[in-house]
Design a binder for this molecule. Structure first.
Ligand code: ADP
Length: 587
């Protein structure tokens, strides 16, 4: 037990702290605020406090728990909304009456609820950290595997079956020197990545149903993506779309102190979203971690680690997790504030010199792995950055772009022209495309990667032509190039543009994406041939079939193939007629 010597905002210096360790969680002052030791100097401990330190005084006591900042893991996590140090927001509210009370000790999980435990490990087997001994059906969608916690190894001496609270004994393990009684709870320190057997290079995309993502800038299951988010660019909507439609099993959403009302939006809206695949509330496979800007900065700093640790836990059960962090800029700012108070040597733009390292360490916890128990799961990390003024040359964006492999450039000017999702096709990139080649060929179609590339070339060509048009007008272009402008427009408006609010358009399967793109490219091919044979561009750009192409979005998934054939026949018929007409006129 020590005493407070100095308080500076969220930072507290305590003396007589010999015996405490780095990253120990401490209780600070009479109010027992939660803090973490972040520096030790002789008998002094520098503590970052996760709660408002107003009213704290020198001389008050500090006690160490002797444990690192950890999360409690057991059935009951899904559907919860936590703050940055895993306190459930609803119980904080209930206990303190107001939004967030001080020094409140609340259990992250329901200790009274009984869960039906089904054992799967047999008595007498050897088990160790990570081994699965049974499961609980946590929600209709997710089976929660009960894994052996760290530090337990030995022979399974006893295992029970039936309904238990998470604290009741379900198994006994006889170790070398002692017996362990196991319940369903385990704790994991949040700042230490969970170990695993092996990590793979992921060659499979996270399928999101969003055409611009899946076809043009896909992210791997277990991959990393960065999204800059200028205000109003559709960042929230795209995150909702990914949460709803991506083929991840579980979504962990970490909201780090973005403008208060935005977080509220997420908190209010998320619990009402329905999973389109099952029509169950989406929250049944979601965990939310919320830090509004009125919560202390230190908690914001911790929330990212809390989030990724929860994700690792479910990954170890063999699930695919999508973790969304919004926004990592606010996280970095929290780091900057703490670093300034510690009077550390500032790096670029006053961020601590270790910022790039911290960013890299965070994104490194993404990946597809075989966990200790042999299950294969993945964590895909999608990190939003919100640089001031949209200038991505600043340290957080740069540090992020160096370590992430996909960049979805949300573009304010596209958003203002109502082109959604406002992912700019010219600035965005995905470094996974090469490694997905085989997967696409096998699962979508042999020509898909090539067609994707051709479409991208057309868009680039269109952009170049548009620059010329601005200078000299469209009439100065030859017909073959005016046709390129038309096909570019089709790719943009009839393919890339996708409404999140239209029931059919909100999700497009890869099969339908392929068929849509095929038709546009086929139109392009025929248009180019026709223009070369002398059909005037005006006739091509006013063809009737263009209307049918723009309605491809409305195709019902199961009829997509038949619909695609019909449109293709329409393209052929109209072009054949145009070319014939032109031949007659030429004679
Ligand atoms: P941000 O979070 O970046 O401030 P939002 O995600 O709230 O922006 O989007 C702003 C508005 O843009 C939304 O209210 C919606 O009207 C529109 N919008 C964004 N994405 C789409 C989309 N995919 N389809 C249709 N409208 C969209």
């Amino acid at each position: 037990m020590g005493t407070i010597e100095k308080i500076a905002g969220p930072l507290v210096v305590a003396k007589q702290m010999l015996g405490s360790n780095m990253y120990d969680v401490v209780r600070v002052g009479d109010a027992k605020l939660i803090g973490e030791v972040i520096q030790l100097r002789k008998d002094k401990a520098i503590i970052q406090v996760y709660e408002d330190t107003t009213g704290l005084r020198p001389g008050e006591t500090v006690t160490t728990t002797g444990l690192p900042l950890s999360v409690e893991l057991a059935p009951g996590i899904l559907g919860k909304i936590y703050d940055g140090v895993q306190r459930p927001l609803d119980s904080i509210e209930k206990k303190s009456g107001s939004f967030i009370g001080k020094g409140i000790e609340v259990s992250p999980l329901d200790k009274k609820k009984k869960w039906k435990f089904t054992s799967t490990a047999k008595k007498g087997v050897h088990i160790s950290e990570g081994s699965i001994i049974g499961h609980v059906q946590e929600t209709e969608l997710i089976k929660h595997y009960i894994m052996v916690p760290k530090g337990v190894e030995g022979t399974l001496e006893r295992i029970k079956e039936g309904s238990f609270t998470i604290e009741e004994e379900i198994a006994v393990v006889r170790g070398k020197s002692k017996s362990h009684s196991l319940n369903m709870i385990q704790r994991r320190a949040v700042r230490i990545p969970q170990g695993f057997k092996s990590k793979f290079r992921s060659a499979e995309p996270l399928v999101t149903g969003q055409r611009v993502v899946d076809t043009f800038f896909p992210v791997a299951k277990g991959g990393t993506a960065a999204v800059p988010g200028p205000f109003g660019s559709g960042k929230t909507v795209i995150q909702h779309q990914l949460a709803k439609y991506s083929d991840a099993d579980i979504v962990v959403y970490v909201g780090c102190g973005e403008r208060g009302n935005e977080m509220t939006e997420v908190l209010v809206e998320f619990p009402h979203l329905l999973d389109p695949k099952t029509n169950k509330p989406l929250i049944e496979r979601t965990v939310l971690i919320a830090n509004t800007s009125n919560m202390p900065v230190a908690a914001r700093e911790a929330s990212i680690y809390t989030g990724i640790t929860l994700a690792e836990y479910f990954r170890d059960m063999g699930y695919n997790i999508a973790l969304m962090a919004d926004s990592t800029s606010r996280w970095a700012e929290a780091m900057r504030e703490m670093s300034a108070r510690l009077e550390e040597m500032p790096g670029e733009e006053a961020y601590p010199a270790y910022l790039p390292k911290r960013l890299a360490e965070f994104y490194e916890r993404a990946g597809k792995v075989e966990s200790r128990n042999g299950k294969v799961g993945s964590i895909t990390v999608i990190g939003a950055v919100s640089p001031a003024g949209g200038d991505t040359s600043e340290p957080v964006s740069q540090g992020t772009l160096r370590v992430t492999k996909v960049f979805w450039a949300l573009d304010a000017s596209l958003a203002s022209s109502r082109h959604f999702p406002s992912i700019n096709w010219l600035n965005s990139y995905s470094l996974y495309l090469g490694s997905f080649h085989e997967w696409y060929v096998k699962n979508v179609g042999e020509m898909f990667p090539e067609n994707r590339q051709n479409a991208m070339k057309l868009l680039q060509h269109e952009a170049e032509l548009k620059d010329i048009v601005q200078l000299v007008g469209a009439d100065a272009l030859p017909d073959t190039e005016r046709v390129v402008l038309e096909v570019g427009r089709m790719i943009r408006e009839d393919f890339l543009r996708q409404s999140a609010f239209d029931q059919i358009d909100a999700y497009t399967s890869l099969e339908k994406q392929k068929l849509m793109l095929d038709n546009i490219l086929y139109f392009g091919k025929r248009a180019d041939e026709a223009a070369k044979r002398g059909v005037p561009a005006d006739k091509i750009t006013s063809m009737k079939v263009r209307g049918e192409i723009s309605r491809m979005k409305e195709w019902i998934e199961k009829d997509a193939e038949a619909s695609a054939k019909k449109v293709r026949a329409g393209i052929d018929a109209e072009f054949d007629a145009l070319v014939r007409e032109e031949a007659v006129a030429a004679k």
